[in-house]
Design a protein around this ligand. Structure first.
Ligand SMILES: [Zn+2]
Length: 475
């Protein structure tokens, strides 16, 4: 299992690597595959998942028509690898092939001659597909940037990485010395702008050994911790599709057989590792652990009084006044949104405070309170943020859903997510580690300010927290 395969299966929304590896016409193949699967889908989860794949396929037309004549393909290669002109005689016949998708051929020839910079190779493939952009760096300011960036990523996955992988795997080929002037492969690709470049993932922030471990895992659609799909009601072909996905296993439960993943512990470990490198510290949950502003147990001891106090503290988020939060949190959210905007990142709240009636309904529907994140939204201290910028064009990112784990990995590449990951704690916001969209307001010292108008509730809270602390032994 290699990192390329992991990427390939993920970028195609969890479909077979074989499909996404076909460079030419891959998008069309994916689309018809998606339509076929949509027709077969036996439940709403599958339908939702596949609809999203449909979006992704339609924004990446891999049209051979875009590889039109101008400019000289040799000049395209020279723009990325000036020293490749030393093998121009070898490249030229390949690049003169009319009507073919030149990218895989050109990349194969370059790799075979020792050019291994993944990022530059992807530039060549990209420029062959978009001749009008030849020699230009892919910058967020370009018109149509999100879909161009996705195209770039798709080419890296379907053309460049397989070419590099084949080279790595061929024992008969003597590992060639780097070509003159060739740099070490870049650790990351695309532009230098970590936040705005969709080609860069939050995974980059992990220590190298951890990063490599997680990148080498072949993730599957059911890897999110706790995900199960009842087999009852699934159509035969949908079941068949699931069973072909990475890590999917069948188990027997009280309510009948169901599908789950054997890889959920790895997903948990990934979330934990990311929380450990988040600037400003990991989690500071508002409803559990020693950081709690209102521990679940305290709230339950007197729900009416706590809820009345919570609602007396609510205020609309400035600029998004239909969404309410604790007043200090609302002010700080607006401040954070302004700071993001100043850096060109559109940070928007989707929802924050949720009334008791809403949460009880959600809890009943989900069957348990944990599924709705405990009381964090109910007490006005959690906010769900939008992670996509343009739903039609961005890589598949749909926040507030844990249905397909591959979407989670896409979220780690969202410019909005990367911005709030780097900056959230400066404004007092900390992520619940398993949900990239869910942020809780809980800066150091906040609990004292929160309870300024309710000393009796503060007392109840502190009693619960104190009882949960490890006892100090007296000698
Ligand atoms: Zn949430």
């Amino acid at each position: 299992m290699t990192r390329d395969r992991a990427r390939a299966s993920r970028d195609s929304g969890g479909m077979s690597p074989a499909i996404s590896r076909q460079a030419s016409g891959a998008a069309r193949t994916r689309q018809s595959e998606v339509l076929r699967l949509q027709g077969l889908a036996g439940n709403s989860a599958v339908t939702g998942m596949l609809t999203l794949q449909g979006d992704a396929a339609t924004v990446t037309p891999d049209s051979p028509a875009s590889t039109k004549a101008n400019p000289d393909p040799l000049a395209v290669v020279a723009a990325a690898f000036p020293t490749a002109m030393a093998i121009a005689g070898q490249l030229e016949p390949i690049l003169r092939l009319a009507g073919a998708d030149l990218a895989p051929l050109a990349i194969g020839a370059l790799v075979a001659n020792g050019f291994r910079d993944e990022s530059k190779l992807t530039d060549v493939a990209f420029w062959l597909h978009h001749p009008e952009l030849s020699g230009e760096a892919l910058k967020p300011g370009l018109p149509g940037y999100p879909s161009l960036a996705k195209d770039w990523i798709d080419l890296r996955t379907s053309v460049v990485r397989p070419a590099l992988e084949v080279r790595d795997a061929s024992p008969e080929v003597v590992q060639s010395h780097p070509a003159p002037g060739e740099q070490q492969p870049a650790a990351t690709s695309g532009s230098d702008d970590f936040v705005k470049d969709w080609a860069r993932s939050t995974l980059e922030l992990l220590p190298r050994s951890q990063r490599e471990k997680f990148e080498s895992i072949e993730w599957g659609p059911l890897d999110f911790p706790g995900t199960t799909v009842a087999i009852k009601g699934l159509k035969a072909d949908a079941l068949d599709w699931y069973l072909k996905q990475p890590n999917v296993v069948q188990k027997d439960g009280k309510e009948g057989p169901y599908l789950t993943s054997s890889n959920q512990d790895a997903a948990k470990a990934l979330f934990l590792a990311l929380s450990q490198v988040r600037p400003g510290g990991g989690e500071r949950r508002v409803n559990i652990n020693d950081s709690a502003v209102i521990p679940e147990e305290a709230f339950r001891s007197d729900p009416t009084e706590f809820y009345d106090y919570v609602t007396s503290q609510l205020e609309g988020i400035p600029g998004q006044t239909d969404i309410q939060m604790n007043s200090e949190a609302a002010t700080k959210f607006a401040e954070m949104r302004g700071a993001a905007k100043a850096e060109g990142v559109p940070l928007v709240a989707l929802n924050a405070f949720r009334p008791l009636a809403h949460e009880m309904k959600a809890e009943k529907a989900a069957g348990n309170r944990n599924a709705v994140g405990g009381i964090s939204h109910l007490i006005g201290l959690a906010v769900d943020v939008k992670l996509h910028i343009d739903k039609k064009r961005d890589p598949d990112v749909v926040e507030t859903g844990t249905g397909n784990f591959n979407k989670m990995l896409n979220m780690l590449e969202s410019p909005i997510y990367k911005w709030i990951f780097m900056n959230g704690s400066r404004f007092g916001f900390y992520q619940y580690r398993q949900e990239p969209w869910h942020w809780e307001y809980n800066p150091e010292g906040f609990r004292d300010r929160f309870y300024a108008g309710a000393p009796n509730l503060k007392e109840k809270t502190e009693a619960v927290l104190e009882a949960a602390r490890p006892k100090k032994r007296k000698k």
